[in-house]
Design a protein around this ligand. Structure first.
Ligand SMILES: [Zn+2]
Length: 171
């Protein structure tokens, strides 16, 4: 696993910028990942004002391992997303929320790999289809083939008819 840590202790007030590259190796580390082929650039700004800290994420990249839901051929999904989160110091065990990440007062760094993974995963569109907007159209030949295959599947296989008759005899 690569290092996706941001230093928290001993930093001055103001903005601190970090940049990370997220690639296939990163997604390999997450077993539940739907993404296996992708490349992202992640810019994180840590803003510190006394005890107040805030992380803002800017994530841009492209996923290349999905197939189109309509024509089943390869699809490129560009993703551009951002997130802002408050870092709150606490001595108590607290459950993180969408807006607040709890850290220990003496915590010297924070691993942001899970956050990056979550932000990217949430940005995957539910519809994975080619469209005219992106200038990439569906593969028409593939769609015809898929349709023919679906029609064949619908026709009743004669072997099933025999099985059904046997079942009837048993009853
Ligand atoms: Zn398509």
């Amino acid at each position: 696993m690569l290092n996706y840590c941001i230093r928290l202790s001993g930093i001055k007030d103001g903005n601190h910028e970090y940049s990370f590259v997220v690639n296939n190796q990163f997604f390999d580390a997450f077993e539940q990942s739907e993404i296996t082929n992708a490349k992202f650039e992640v810019i994180i700004i840590l803003k510190k004002e006394g005890k107040k800290m805030n992380l803002s994420f800017n994530i841009d990249g492209i996923i290349t391992n999905f197939n189109c839901d309509l024509c089943a051929s390869a699809l490129e999904i560009p993703i551009s997303t951002s997130l802002s989160i408050i870092l709150q110091e606490t001595e108590n065990e607290m459950e993180d929320t969408d807006e607040i990440l709890y850290i220990h007062p003496n915590q010297c760094e924070i691993d942001v790999s899970h956050l990056i993974f979550e932000v990217i995963s949430l940005a995957i569109p539910s519809k994975r289809e080619h469209n005219s907007e992106s200038g990439v159209q569906c593969d028409k030949e593939m769609m015809v083939l898929l349709e023919q295959y679906a029609e064949k599947e619908e026709k009743i296989d004669p072997r099933w008819e025999v099985l059904n008759k046997l079942k009837d005899l048993k009853n």
